[in-house]
Design a protein around this ligand. Structure first.
Ligand code: NAP
Ligand code: ZN
Length: 347
């Protein structure tokens, strides 16, 4: 086994702290990665604090991983030592089911997420990217162009793909009016992608102070969602709205902004259920849907698109010792617009 260090939490109400554990020895097609940077996703916070239920402790979070390949298994063909590599939310799946064959491994019944998931190699639980190193099968390791800054690319592995995938699936593009709800990690990437795809983009935010940033990131218009009169003016104007909000909020207020056949797609996952008024869906035949990250082929497509178009995340780099403080700031919507842990700080 390969000893490594990381940060873990041991109970829902405890802070993250240093934790020593082991990664598996390399199997034939495994890749061993020295982690350079790991993004901090709001899902890390939900899971660390057991807000969705099912957290297994100790929990080492982190699924926005960029690093350097230090070793490959004896049958490894995809990477060589020294390559830049990335790992997102997925590290394994059954490879044979309908979802896997469609490149949608995130929906496989046998999927292993990067942390807090069954680890079929060790029989234990997967540990994520708030650590020095990780061992992952090459099929779940992404190539990263050296045109991208590795730290600013790290959040593409979750915030990037989670917003890219539904925008592609609902064919968002030129001539469409698109809304993005919430300007955090996911929201800022949704603004960048929707505007790169040519849509007319409006941000809905609770934070008045984010107006100028939103415009710089690709919003053509910004609406303060607490302002009822401003919301009223937006009724029935939108083809597509992506909702990235992490806390409970009124979805009816966004459904009524959609035109006939418009879609409200949820990617944010507040822990509590929210009531929906059926009339808002039924009358102009609106759609309410959800979307979960993206499969491996689409994640590679998104990374290549970002390298081609010079798209990356706006980050605030932190040493790992500041992770508990970063979570508190994330809860106050005080993130511009993704924390990334510099793993060199782990010592
Ligand atoms: P984040 O950086 O904390 O951003 C969330 C944003 O939501 C905040 O910046 C804030 O934006 C808005 N917000 C927060 N509390 C609010 C409230 N009470 N009412 C209205 N707006 C509020 O979080 P993130 O990392 O982008 O993640 C967002 C959500 O997506 C989380 O629930 C996360 O678990 C989920 N997620 C889902 C997937 C998936 O595959 N579906 C993948 C990754 C993450 P403003 O200041 O602009 O209002
Ligand atoms: Zn995430």
């Amino acid at each position: 086994m390969l000893p490594t260090k990381g940060y873990a939490t041991h109970a829902a109400h405890e802070p993250l702290k240093p934790f020593s554990f082991e990664r598996r020895e390399l199997a034939a097609t495994d890749v061993q990665i020295e982690i350079l940077f790991c993004g901090v996703c709001h899902s890390d916070l939900h899971i660390v604090r057991n807000e969705w239920g099912g957290t297994i402790y100790p929990c080492v979070p982190g699924h926005e991983i960029v690093g350097r390949v230090v070793k490959v298994g004896r049958e490894g063909r995809k990477f060589k030592e020294g390559d830049l590599a990335a790992v997102g939310c997925l590290v394994d799946s059954d490879r044979v089911c309908e979802n896997c064959r469609a490149g949608l491994e995130q929906f496989c019944e046998g999927v292993s997420f990067t942390y807090n998931s069954k680890d079929r190699h060790t029989g234990g639980v997967t540990y994520g990217g708030y650590s020095k190193g990780i061992v992952v099968d090459q099929d779940f390791v992404l190539r990263l162009s050296d045109k991208l800054d590795p730290a600013a690319a790290a959040p593409l592995l979750c915030a990037g793909i989670t917003t890219y995938s539904p925008l592609r699936k609902w064919k968002v593009g030129r001539g469409q009016k698109v809304g993005v709800v919430g300007l955090g990690g996911l929201g800022h990437m949704a603004l960048k992608f929707a505007s790169a795809f040519g849509a007319d983009v409006t941000l809905f935010t609770t934070s008045e102070g984010k107006l100028a940033d939103a415009k710089r990131l690709g919003a053509h218009e910004v609406v303060i969602s607490k302002d009822d009169a401003a919301m009223q003016k937006q009724q029935k104007r939108f083809d597509f709205i992506i909702d990235t909000v992490s806390a409970p909020h009124d979805l009816n207020a966004y459904l009524t902004l959609l035109k006939r056949d418009g879609a409200l797609v949820l990617v944010g996952i507040p822990p509590e259920p929210v009531p929906i008024h059926a009339f808002h869906l039924v009358t102009p035949r609106r759609q309410l849907a959800g979307s979960l990250i993206g499969g491996i082929p689409e994640t590679q497509e998104m990374l290549d698109f970002c390298a081609d178009r010079g798209i990356a995340c706006e980050i605030e780099m932190i040493p790992i010792s500041k992770i508990n403080e970063a979570y508190e700031r994330m809860l106050k919507s005080d993130v511009k617009y993704r924390f990334v842990i510099d793993m060199a700080s782990l010592g």
